[in-house]
Design a protein. Structure first.
Length: 275
């Protein structure tokens, strides 16, 4: 925030100085303001004058002095000085810093919050991984970004609903392959010959799920027609995967308000206890 404000001030001051000299600031010029490497150099610093001087064919220190002379007064700036070949160093007003610290302590976590949303409802859907396998690093990235977006919207006065959509349509190719992969492993666990589908899921987790199904249900699904067996295995595997996804996201401290799915087609039945 401070870097941006100082950058705007520098650009405006440079514009005033350039016009007084009959010069023009090059298009796209943007001052970069940073914390200096050592505290004795001030609170913020910029080499803007050095870059601008090169573009204008002038001495950097002369440019820096011209910019500083055109800077407006500010309640949060105690002093501005030109250092070395043309660096511009800023020192903040201690009294202003003290008032900011008081406000931060008084407002706590709500410091900086604004009510631009005015309670407007916003739904943020993120992660929404297919329930056909474990979460991977890409889902973790989506979880982090989505949660940040949701938190920022809340911080700006919006009423946010976080949604994780469970894409478990039984007729989808991915869910079908998931079921066929589970079936193959389930049959193998029970000592039956069966091949994994070439385009199926070959991860070790499929075998783990199949073993758990065999332990809990035995040969129950062998008595069913193949379509009934696939549907049953699909739903059991899907539930196990969603449970694992929930637990992983909980450990990542990312929570969702609703978990709608294609099978139930109902958001109300998926509202989490936390909401």
């Amino acid at each position: 925030m401070m870097e941006r404000e100082l950058s705007e001030m520098l650009l405006e001051a440079a514009g005033r100085w350039a016009r007084s000299k009959g010069l023009k600031i090059p298009e796209g010029t943007r001052p970069v303001v940073e914390r200096p490497p050592r505290p004795e150099l001030g609170d913020y610093a910029t080499n803007f004058a050095l870059h601008l001087a090169k573009a204008l064919g002038m001495k950097p220190r002369e440019v820096a002095e011209g910019i500083v002379a055109n800077l407006p007064g500010s309640p949060y700036i105690e002093s501005v000085e030109v250092a070395g070949p043309g660096f511009i160093n800023f020192r903040l007003n201690p009294a202003w810093v003290g008032e900011v610290i008081k406000r931060v302590l008084a407002e706590g976590e709500r410091y900086g919050a604004v009510d631009v949303g005015k309670g407007r409802k916003v739904q943020v859907e993120f992660v929404s991984a297919n329930p056909t396998g474990p979460l991977h690093i890409g889902h973790g990235r989506g979880a982090a970004i989505g949660d940040v977006i949701a938190r920022l919207l809340e911080f700006t006065g919006h009423k946010v609903t976080r949604e994780y959509y469970i894409n478990d349509a039984e007729r989808s190719r991915q869910m079908r392959l998931f079921a066929e992969s589970l079936e193959a492993r389930y049959l193998q666990v029970l000592g039956k010959e069966s091949e994994l589908p070439p385009d199926g899921y070959h991860g070790e987790y499929i075998l783990d799920i199949a073993r758990r199904i065999a332990e809990e249900h035995g040969e129950r699904f062998l008595q069913m027609s193949r379509e009934e067996r696939l549907r049953a295995l699909m739903r059991i595997g899907r539930d196990m995967m969603v449970k694992e996804h929930r637990e992983d996201l909980e450990r990542f401290r990312v929570r969702f308000d609703v978990w709608p799915d294609f099978l139930s087609n109902s958001m109300a039945s998926q509202i989490s206890p936390e909401s």
